[in-house]
Design a protein around this ligand. Structure first.
Ligand SMILES: Nc1ncnc2c1ncn2[C@@H]1O[C@H](COP(=O)(O)OP(=O)(O)O)[C@@H](O)[C@H]1O
Ligand SMILES: [Mg+2]
Length: 447
């Protein structure tokens, strides 16, 4: 059934119309005196903003202006009327209302109440916004590495209990990071370190340890072996608008924007494609990365950048073993790197090149111990004794596997003991003794 207007509807409408007319007639004494004020404000606003269409002044912001200006002139009219009737109280009230409304009208006309939105943006963000509006984005401000509440000596000690047998590299890294963090060079990373030497000597481990101890574990790790193609730069910094993948953006930019301060680890840098290296060198120079699809610039001033390389590992191990630490040895390490084809541009941009020597037998034994304890702890056991023959066997195997480093040893230890540890635990033991018989490692429960 369609809704036809009924008799009742017509009556209601008529009543509403009459009511409106009466209200209007009653409001005339208020509305009429408002006309000169509203008219004046409209005229002034038009004079100030000839570019705005007239309808602007009847809507939202403009309507508010007209209402307040109207109220000002209406209140002034009634103040005069009450003055004429010699009624001081209502006269004063109306005069005060008139003054307040006039003041507000003038403030609105001068743009002091409704400020342009751009003026409402806090001072510190104006540059970013202005850059964005102009299409030339300003650099997002980078984080700063604040290490002032850490003690360098304690930090070095903690790291040395995790990275064994590389004390010189640990000490120099910690010293340099702390010194540079105090310097706060603008537009540079905190510092840039290059770790070189044999694989499995603890380069990656030291970078991780620094991230854990100095930055609460904030680490961005890039495996440069995965960036050997020219297109790899896109994965780091995105591709320009219109290119394939430009909608995905650059992973490294996102990470830097998110992490803000920490360790940026570029592992096995010599394996990166030359285009990737160019991007990385710009990062080392200015601590800036520009996202290609959006043009947003990210700042890496809060990062300790660590590059690692296995280039010339054999030569470097010999140099480290033969020469005492000093400028001469540093020079020879750099020569060896250049000789192995390491890019001199990269060498020129790092603050310090730290060579990692071959781990001594003692250090390897300690690392084995570290892992044994860790595996045992994981299953809730204590290690009471370890057969010397086991350590000698593991170290000999590692030396035979030269080039594989300590990683292989760790794997050997793990495969040899994990099952035995689990069995001992399941049999109800709290502690174990680890021995070796020929080639078989055995884990015996100790009461
Ligand atoms: N000096 C070291 N102290 C303690 N653990 C080490 C040391 N060197 C290597 N390791 C162990 O061996 C593994 C491989 O070492 P890594 O740091 O990745 O070697 P690389 O020098 O090739 O980067 C690490 O996970 C770490 O547990
Ligand atoms: Mg490594």
């Amino acid at each position: 059934m369609s809704a036809q207007p009924t008799e009742a509807h017509h009556v209601a409408r008529l009543a509403a119309a009459i009511g409106t007319l009466i209200a209007f007639a009653m409001a005339i004494p208020v509305l009429l005196p408002a006309v000169p004020g509203a008219g004046l404000a409209l005229w002034e606003a038009r004079r100030r903003h000839p570019e705005l269409p007239l309808r602007h002044f009847y809507r939202s912001r403009g309507a508010g202006l007209l209402a307040i200006a109207g109220a000002a002139s209406s209140a002034a009219f009634w103040a005069a009327a009450w003055a004429h009737d010699r009624a001081p109280l209502p006269m004063l009230a109306c005069a005060a209302g008139a003054a307040g409304a006039t003041y507000t009208t003038v403030r609105i006309l001068e743009g002091k109440i409704m400020k342009p939105i751009l003026e409402l943006v806090p001072q510190g963000q104006q540059d970013t916004l202005a850059g964005f509006l102009a299409g030339t984005p300003a650099a997002a401000s980078g984080g700063t590495a604040d290490l002032s509440c850490l003690d360098p000596v304690a930090v070095a000690l903690e790291i040395k209990s995790r990275v064994l047998g590389q004390d010189a590299a640990v000490d120099q890294s910690v010293q340099l990071v702390f010194r540079r963090a105090r310097l706060r060079r603008p537009a540079k990373p905190v510092c840039t370190l290059l770790y070189v030497g044999a694989t499995g000597a603890g380069k990656t481990e030291l970078a991780k340890a620094l991230a854990d101890t100095l930055f609460g574990g904030r680490l961005i790790r890039i495996d440069c072996a995965e960036l050997s193609q020219a297109q790899s730069t896109q994965r780091l910094i995105g591709s320009p608008p219109g290119y394939v993948g430009s909608d995905q953006g650059g992973w490294l930019c996102r990470e830097i924007g998110k992490v803000r301060t920490g360790v940026l680890l570029l592992d096995e840098i010599e394996k990166a494609h030359p285009d990737v290296l160019t991007t990385i060198m710009a990062l080392l120079d200015e601590a800036r990365l520009t996202e290609q699809s959006t043009g947003t610039t990210y700042s890496a001033t809060g990062f300790v950048v660590i590059l690692t390389s296995n280039a010339a590992a054999g030569d470097i191990a010999q140099i480290v073993a033969a020469a005492p630490e000093g400028p001469e040895r540093a020079g020879r390490v750099k020569d060896a790197l250049r000789g192995a084809g390491f890019k001199p541009e990269v060498l020129a941009r790092v603050d310090s090149v730290l060579p990692f020597g071959e781990l001594s037998r003692g250090a390897v034994a300690e690392i084995v111990g570290l892992f044994l304890q860790k595996f045992a702890q994981d299953v809730g056991l204590e290690i009471r004794s370890v057969d010397a023959a086991l350590l000698i066997d593991l170290i000999t195997k590692r030396e035979a596997l030269s080039g594989y480093g300590v990683r292989e040893v760790v794997r050997l230890v793990e495969s040899a003991v994990v099952d035995g540890l689990l069995e001992a635990r399941d049999s109800g033991y709290r502690a174990v003794a680890i021995g070796i018989d020929g080639d078989t490692v055995h884990v015996a429960g100790v009461a």
